[in-house]
Design a protein around this ligand. Structure first.
Ligand code: SAH
Ligand code: SF4
Length: 374
């Protein structure tokens, strides 16, 4: 990062209203902001010189005080199945390079980008590679939406001019609701028709269950909600998802049903990582069905993706299918997530980036007196 880069305003972090205020602050007419938005979000152009309808004077002024700066690419990997993963620079900390990851998953008729919200994660879930790395810092709004901007720019438009990224999931590194103040403006930019213009059903926030923030989110936005449940009772969930000791299952589910009601949402998706012999038995399926039957809930079973140094094993395919079939037989819609990009370590829970842990003691190791930043 150069000195100039740190003093210029990164326009990627600004909402359309903030961008307009910025442009007016430069002594320009408000419609200039609308022109800028078209360049930035309809054409994925970030170089002011290329924005030909802005006028020479304004282009020069912008180049001095502003920039459109997505995260810098450290490396790019392409999987045999079309999945792409970017390792992106997230600054330095104590002299060490920090990096996050974003993953693009192409499917017929849609392209899903999985983005990160923090450099690492403090919540320390037992089966998660990001958690094992520890926590360094929150990403800025510009860094969060910058991942989507960069992917659209890198991947280019389809033959009919359609955008590469049609869906965004906050399922990369980090706990999005622990970075509430930067994540909510990012969600607003993703939905805003003057910016990324994604429909609310195509933006999904996944959380391990920060209950107070789920209630706040119901007031502030209306994206789709996914919740990492992973266990059907508190004893087991306390072990797998340590934040459960602060916000147990009953409270978590109450916040989910509130979210649906407040948002007029269709359903909450519950993610459930399939760990051999740990949470994948018939009695777990029965208990889970007991929690969710009759509710607007879907279950997404995620075959565990192993990473070095972890003690868990992936459930056998037959166990996963039996689990799914049982839930479906109880009227709880359950699907199995297809593993994509595992040859480049881009599958769920395999995103490690490069994190230099700056927390003193992590949550799973008893940091419950400390509030997660909201
Ligand atoms: N922090 C948020 C979002 C990031 S994790 C959350 O926990 O929901 C995205 C999803 O990947 C979560 O459901 C998470 O539990 C799951 N996951 C983490 N590690 C995994 C692994 N090793 N294999 C499969 N899924 C994993
Ligand atoms: Fe953090 Fe989510 Fe990983 Fe848990 S599963 S450690 S909340 S990123």
């Amino acid at each position: 990062m150069t000195d100039a880069a740190t003093t210029r305003t990164n326009l990627l972090g600004l909402t359309p209203a903030e961008l307009e205020a910025f442009v007016v602050g430069l002594g320009e007419k408000p419609y200039r902001a609308r022109q800028l938005l078209v360049w930035m979000y309809k054409r994925w152009v970030g170089d002011f010189e290329a924005m030909t309808d802005l006028g020479k004077g304004l282009r020069a002024k912008l180049a001095e005080v502003a920039e459109v700066r997505p995260p810098e690419i450290v490396s790019e990997h392409a999987s045999g199945d079309g999945t792409r993963k970017w390792l992106l620079r997230a600054g330095r900390s104590d002299g060490r390079e920090q990096a996050i990851e974003a993953v693009f998953i192409p499917e017929v008729g849609r392209g899903t980008l999985c983005i990160s919200s923090q450099v690492g994660c403090a919540l320390d879930c037992a089966f998660c590679s990001t958690g094992a790395q520890g926590f360094n810092r929150n990403l800025e709004t510009a860094e969060i939406v910058g991942q989507v901007w960069l992917a659209n720019q890198r991947l280019g438009s389809g033959p009919g001019g359609e955008r590469a990224v049609t869906n965004v999931v906050l399922m990369g590194m980090g706990e999005p609701l622990a970075n509430y103040k930067n994540v909510v403006p990012a969600l607003q930019l993703l939905l805003d028709d003057r910016a990324f213009d994604l429909s609310r059903r195509r933006v999904t926030l996944s959380t391990s269950g920060l209950v107070p923030q789920i209630y706040r989110l119901a007031e502030d936005t209306n994206v789709a909600l996914a919740v990492s449940l992973h266990a059907p009772n508190d004893a087991l969930r306390n072990e797998l998802v340590p934040i459960n000791r602060r916000h147990p299952i009953a409270e978590l589910l109450a916040s989910c049903w509130h979210y649906l009601e407040a948002q007029n949402g269709r359903s909450v998706t519950f993610e459930y990582v399939m760990l051999d012999g740990v949470n994948d038995r018939p009695e777990h399926a029965r208990e889970l069905a007991g929690l969710l039957a009759g509710r607007d809930a879907k279950v997404n079973l995620i075959p565990f993706n192993p990473f070095p140094g972890n003690r868990f094993r992936r459930s056998a395919p037959a166990a996963i299918e039996a689990f799914r079939d049982y839930l479906n037989s109880r009227g709880v819609t359950a699907t199995v997530r297809r593993t994509r990009g595992d040859d480049i370590d881009a599958a769920c829970g395999q995103l490690a980036g490069r994190v230099h842990d700056r927390t003193i003691v992590r949550l799973g190791q008893k940091r419950f007196g400390v509030e997660v930043e909201a």
